[in-house]
Design a protein around this ligand. Structure first.
Ligand SMILES: *Cc1c(COP(=O)(O)O)cnc(C)c1O
Length: 383
């Protein structure tokens, strides 16, 4: 067989890391659910919380291949992956630079927990590289970005951030969840550590909570050292589910890319819609950057209904598209950030971030786009 780095993306998704069923010659990886392994006379002392069961190690090979890194670790949630990775590189008295708009859970982790550990932090004023440069200090150890960001799909220049981090000897991390490894490979631009909520595109069916980190052996060792203490490993049954899910990730994400672009174009010309935010549209402020650093524009978009149209009533009228939290499943879902992810912010803070009350975030699924459009038309018609 070819070397892993020469394989095509669907072959990586389907085969890399799979465990051979030597006993029965079954076609898929067997699940090893043991939480107890022999301790004497073995090369590896295995235990689920040491992140080294057969299924965990096997899936890590697939995820590392997808992010083109040496190694990976799988966690019980995206937040376990994010918190453990950050804490592995931040000690008392250290400083971390984080981008302005971040996933709410990451933001809460920083503002609710870091003071307890004496870790200093600064959120940038904007997503522009100049605002990252301004806030780097002599004790800055980590720079953390998330692009495309939620919910307006604004982008950060990945290469500019990676270069800045290298210049200052800082570790760079990216939350690559929204893009997935199919649409964006940040290591190509010099980012050190790629983090995923595998709950989203890797899982892809709205039935798994998991996280993943991909990086060099050296960085993964550092993260592993505290991961075993924090204990955020994933159950082997779910690890196996995730392996199965990733087999179709490229097919799903490609379809979602296509659907989202068609949907964005449709919404942009719909007279009931004010504005559409999608990196694949020429009207998006970061379209050129998206073309430079993304291989596909993703399945996430946002739009604003015309003033006077009740966005909550519109959502209640939908029959096919589900108004629900979370994202990236094969089924289309949408929600109002002002009622959900950004509900705790004051209306002024939301306005500052450009999040209007009528803004709707849309996670486009794999259904036929014509059916999704028909659902939107009938929901507007009923108003
Ligand atoms: C969902 C999400 C997370 C958190 O992941 P969980 O699996 O819910 O812990 C982190 N970052 C982004 C961008 C997400 O969408």
């Amino acid at each position: 067989m070819k070397k892993t780095d020469q394989l095509g993306i669907n072959t990586i998704c389907t085969h890399v890391g799979e465990l051979k069923d030597e006993q029965f010659k079954g076609a898929v990886s067997p699940i090893y659910l043991s939480s107890s392994y022999q301790f004497y006379d073995v090369d590896v002392k295995r235990y689920p919380r040491y992140f080294n069961t057969p299924n965990q190690e096997a899936l890590c090979k697939k995820i590392a291949a997808l992010e083109k890194t040496e190694n990976a670790l799988i966690f019980g949630s995206g937040m376990a992956a994010i918190s453990t990775s950050l804490m592995a590189f931040l000690h008392k008295g250290d400083h971390v630079v984080l981008q302005e708009t971040l996933y709410g859970g990451t933001y809460n982790l920083v503002i609710e927990e870091f003071n307890k550990f004496g870790i200093e932090y600064t959120f940038t004023e904007s997503l522009e590289i100049e605002d990252f440069k301004k806030v780097i200090r002599s004790n800055t150890k980590v720079v953390f970005i998330e692009t495309p960001s939620n919910p307006l799909l604004k982008l950060v220049d990945i290469k500019a951030v990676a270069d800045l981090a290298k210049k200052h000897g800082i570790v760079s991390m990216i939350d690559n969840t929204f893009a997935s490894p199919i649409n964006q490979t940040p290591i190509d631009f010099g980012i050190d550590i790629m983090i995923h909520s595998a709950t989203k595109y890797m899982g892809g069916h709205s039935d798994i909570l998991a996280g993943a980190v991909a990086a060099s052996n050296e960085h993964i060792d550092k993260i592993w050292n505290i991961a075993k203490n924090f204990g955020g490993s994933l159950s082997d049954f779910t690890v196996w589910m995730l392996e199965r899910s990733i087999k179709t990730m490229n097919l799903r994400v490609k379809c979602q890319n296509e659907n989202a672009l068609k949907m964005a174009n449709y919404l942009e010309q719909n007279p009931n819609v004010d504005k559409v935010y999608y990196p694949g549209l020429e009207s998006h402020e970061n379209h050129e950057l998206a073309k430079a650093q993304m291989k596909g524009f993703g399945g996430m978009l946002s739009f604003e209904l015309k003033e006077g149209i009740d966005s909550m009533e519109f959502q209640r009228n939908l029959e096919l598209i589900k108004p629900s939290m979370s994202l990236a499943g094969v089924e289309s879902t949408l929600l109002s950030p002002s009622q959900t992810s950004h509900a705790l912010l004051s209306p002024e803070e939301r306005a500052k971030q450009g999040i209007k009350d009528g803004l709707i975030r849309f996670s486009v699924g794999i259904e036929e786009v014509e059916d999704l459009i028909a659902d939107i038309e009938q929901a507007i018609e009923k108003l």
